[in-house]
Design a protein around this ligand. Structure first.
Ligand SMILES: Nc1ncnc2c1ncn2[C@@H]1O[C@H](COP(=O)(O)OP(=O)(O)OP(=O)(O)O)[C@@H](O)[C@H]1O
Ligand SMILES: CC(C)(CO)[C@@H](O)C(=O)[O-]
Ligand code: BAL
Length: 285
């Protein structure tokens, strides 16, 4: 696996692959890798196998521009050696590990923002977060120039926003959505899970139980406000869980709904001590 620490190193590496006729898939991450990230690499490989073959490059960059709280940035888990070993074992072809100064250079003035979708739901809880995401994803697309890129459904609003950006700006990158990978007890894998205390870790599967309940109620024909209320009641039974948001939206565009006559997405964000966990489930009436 090639290790690229500068933009130029990535361009040289991808240039060699392209000269050999390979297609390229980008797996963008913030590191502290887990099996969810490995599935992004695996889905990238599957896409390449169906499109004439090629190479997967992962990026690991804890992007300061998408953190709304300094403490969250300072505490974000980092483990470069373990990350490189995992990617190598997964058969990833290259990894891009840029420094902050190589990505955000003095005098830069340009940001990329999907104006509507970035300001609702998590965008209200974390102002500026999605502008930071779309700006770094655009920069990574420009540096790597991939044919396709993988994004996890766990970060459902992020996935929806990236799709909107790619369509709005005519970016020629195919977005591959990857289903959420879970621990055996149902907790969605997340780098931030490492920061949970043992007590919070034991309590955290309440999120997936709440999603199970929501999915059952959607299938039974319940109304969105009833489902939100029942989910909140379940979460309130867990004293370690502090609810930040419970939403039910149109799965296609995250618009508000008053009755459920098409696929919806149930979106949860819940604090355990100072760790904000999110999870989602698409449900069909
Ligand atoms: N459990 C998972 N299953 C599938 N994809 C995932 C999972 N967790 C993260 N991803 C995806 O991996 C990519 C990189 O995410 P990131 O590095 O932020 O990891 P994370 O586990 O989501 O960390 P965080 O704790 O910051 O939420 C994103 O596209 C994200 O949706
Ligand atoms: C897409 C991403 C790597 C951009 O920093 C990040 O938001 C993430 O890890 O989901
Ligand atoms: N996977 C989401 C990245 C973030 O929380 O900043």
């Amino acid at each position: 696996m090639q290790i690229c620490r500068s933009r130029q190193a990535v361009r040289d590496c991808v240039g060699d692959w392209r000269a050999a006729g390979d297609r390229v898939v980008l797996v963008a991450t913030m590191g502290a890798l887990h099996e969810g990230h490995m599935q992004l690499v695996a889905h990238g490989r599957d896409w390449l196998a169906a499109h004439g073959g090629g190479r997967v490059i992962a990026s690991i960059f804890v992007n300061p521009a998408q953190f709304d709280r300094q403490a969250d940035l300072a505490l974000y888990p980092r483990d470069e050696d373990a990350d490189i070993a995992m990617l190598r074992a997964q058969g990833c072809d290259a990894v891009f590990l840029p420094e902050v100064g190589d990505i955000y250079r003095p005098g830069a003035q340009t940001v990329v923002e999907v104006t509507g979708l970035s300001r609702i739901l998590m965008g209200r809880l974390r102002p500026g977060h999605f502008r930071g995401v779309t700006t770094i994803v655009t920069k990574l697309f420009n540096i790597v120039d991939p044919d396709a890129a993988t994004f996890g459904e766990k970060d459902y609003q992020q996935l929806t926003i990236v799709r909107q950006m790619v369509a709005d700006l005519d970016m020629s990158v195919q977005i591959i959505a990857v289903p959420t990978v879970r621990e055996p007890d149902g907790l969605a894998m997340s780098s931030r899970n490492r920061r949970l205390s043992p007590q919070d870790r034991a309590a955290a599967p309440i999120l997936s139980q709440a999603l199970d309940l929501g999915q059952r109620l959607v299938a039974q024909g319940a109304r969105p406000d009833t489902i939100r209320r029942r989910i909140r009641t379940l979460l309130r039974d867990q004293p370690r869980a502090r609810i930040r948001s419970v939403d039910i939206r149109d799965a296609a565009d995250l618009s508000r709904i008053t009755r459920i006559d098409r696929p919806v997405v149930i979106l949860l964000s819940v604090l355990f001590s100072d760790v904000l966990l999110i999870d989602q489930r698409v449900a069909h009436p």
